[in-house]
Unconditional design. Structure first.
Length: 514
């Protein structure tokens, strides 16, 4: 330890004597390490971090699939048949996203909500922070209406009131009692098939009754937990068999429909995984280019320090001792670059989150955490060894007598040193060319996507979603009348027969995706 401390102090003195070299090397390393740390923080949050559910690797999302869509929402009757006929899952839960209007306790607000079967929270293996989650009796028609709140809604609208349990809320013009508040880290939102496009902040119990066994409409999202002794492949095979049986049994409704089982992790990250891995590989190339640059600088510096190394060897220093000293300087330089890179990554991570589309993934959870700090430390040490190894061993290969001669002509380095520097330059150019070609292809692909003709004039076109309270608009006739009045109020006339109104098309497109 004493000799290591001596090497560190000596390395710090030598770096301080060459501020220009140190600054250039530090900037190159900071850019490479910072870019890798920023991207790894996203990869860690999205792809590597454990999901906040019990045995999350056993959780799956079960979809209906057709020729056009392999992840389609589910019909209630099919869901009930799946639940009764499968032996691969311990339990299955159904969810339906919708917005709810809350009044009182402040300004009226539309809250993204979920109706969920009462076993959802127990299946996920999560418990409430305050109060409790659903019990089977909560969904019975004769029971008082109850809701569970998210931690964010509890803090934002109710100021974290510890007496929130038992409080009466006015939701969709009906009274509901708060029975629980979920933990801060809990989030359950399957973007595919959701009608809200936002994570739920409130949950209400939902029971699937026999009255819903009619084969009409698809609108549910289904999650399930695979039994401990059953593999994903076995679960897929069994659900495919059940799907084929239901297709044969109900040909009018299930013709050309099957079942698709998707692991929960894949469901959450499927769209982002390829892009993040490619981006991680790209910034890895950037770090390699930075290493080649710094290695070239160290080779040039080592050539200028050959006389110093010769003097140290002449007074008894072994060649391995010289190599260790130079490697210590390289690692120290990498540590400085890593600290600067961490500061850049802190800013870069916030920038990535702010620039990322919200619908792709929940990147708000991305942050510089302990695993990311460990990654930065490991990358810094490894980088120091990588770019310092060749210059250190090259510097230790010298002719003692020639190097000690006053005015030696080999001050710029020998042929071997020049060959190494040339090799590093070739590596830099090759890596830079790969990045340049990749960037060019990405820009071209983006330009082609922007140039695709959607088949309509999108200029000044506005879309919106209207959510009607089901308690007030509890049948198709009331909903038809609402849209009739809304369209007529804009000066338009209705020409279609009320029995098959145009206004219901949007609703059918959402609830009966076929």
């Amino acid at each position: 330890m004493e000799t290591l401390w001596q090497d560190l102090r000596y390395g710090a003195r030598m770096l301080s004597k060459s501020p220009g070299f140190t600054l250039v090397a530090m900037i190159a390393l900071a850019l490479g390490i910072g870019a890798n740390t920023a991207i790894f923080s996203v990869v860690n949050a999205v792809l590597l971090r454990a999901l906040p559910f019990r045995d999350a690797d056993k959780l799956v999302v079960v979809w209906e699939k057709s020729r056009k869509n392999d992840q389609n929402v589910v019909n209630p009757a099919n869901f009930m048949d799946w639940s009764e006929q499968n032996s691969a899952f311990t339990e299955m839960a159904a969810i339906f996203d919708r917005n709810a209007v809350m009044v009182g306790d402040g300004e009226p607000e539309e809250i993204p909500s979920q109706f969920a079967t009462t076993n959802l929270f127990s299946m996920l293996g999560v418990e409430a922070l305050l109060g409790r989650t659903f019990l089977p009796d909560d969904a019975k028609p004769d029971q008082p209406r109850v809701v569970v709140l998210s931690y964010g809604l509890w803090q934002r609208r109710f100021g974290g009131d510890p007496k929130i349990i038992g409080r009466k809320l006015n939701i969709n013009r009906a009274e509901a009692t708060v029975i629980g508040v979920m933990p801060a880290g809990f989030k359950w939102h399957i973007k595919k098939g959701s009608l809200t496009a936002k994570a739920a902040e409130m949950w209400s119990p939902w029971v699937i009754t026999n009255e819903m066994r009619t084969r009409h409409g698809r609108f549910m999202t289904v999650a399930a937990r695979i039994k401990p002794d059953v593999t994903l492949e076995q679960a897929k095979a069994e659900m495919n068999a059940i799907g084929a049986r239901l297709e044969e049994q109900y040909k009018d409704f299930n013709a050309d429909w099957g079942v698709n089982v998707v692991p929960l992790r894949t469901q959450f990250t499927g769209e982002l995984r390829p892009a993040l891995l490619v981006l991680l590989g790209a910034v890895g190339f950037v770090l390699l280019i930075a290493c080649a640059n710094v290695a070239n600088l160290l080779l040039a510096r080592a050539a200028a320090r050959q006389k110093e190394m010769a003097v140290r060897a002449a007074i008894g220093a072994a060649r391995w001792r010289i190599v260790r000293q130079l490697l210590t300087e390289s690692v120290l330089l990498a540590a400085i670059g890593g600290a600067a890179g961490l500061m850049l990554a802190w800013w870069g991570t916030d920038l990535l989150v702010s620039l990322s589309p919200r619908e792709l993934a929940d990147l708000q959870q991305v942050k510089i955490s302990l695993p990311v700090l460990g990654f930065t430390l490991a990358v810094s040490l490894l980088t120091g060894i990588i770019f310092g190894m060749a210059p250190a061993f090259e510097a230790a290969r010298f002719n003692l007598h020639e190097s000690l001669k006053e005015g030696s002509k080999n001050i710029g380095g020998g042929k071997r040193s020049n060959r190494l520097r040339g090799a590093f330059v070739i590596v830099e150019i090759a890596l830079a060319l790969v990045l340049l070609v990749g960037a060019g292809l990405l820009v071209r692909s983006f330009w082609r996507l922007q140039s695709v003709d959607p088949g309509f004039n999108a200029k000044n076109l506005l879309t919106m979603r209207i959510s009607l309270p089901m308690r007030k608009y509890d049948n198709d006739r009331k909903r038809i009348d609402f849209f009739r009045q809304a369209v007529d109020g804009q000066g338009h006339t209705v020409t279609q027969e009320p029995s098959k109104p145009a206004y219901i098309d949007a609703r059918k497109a959402l609830l009966d995706t076929r």
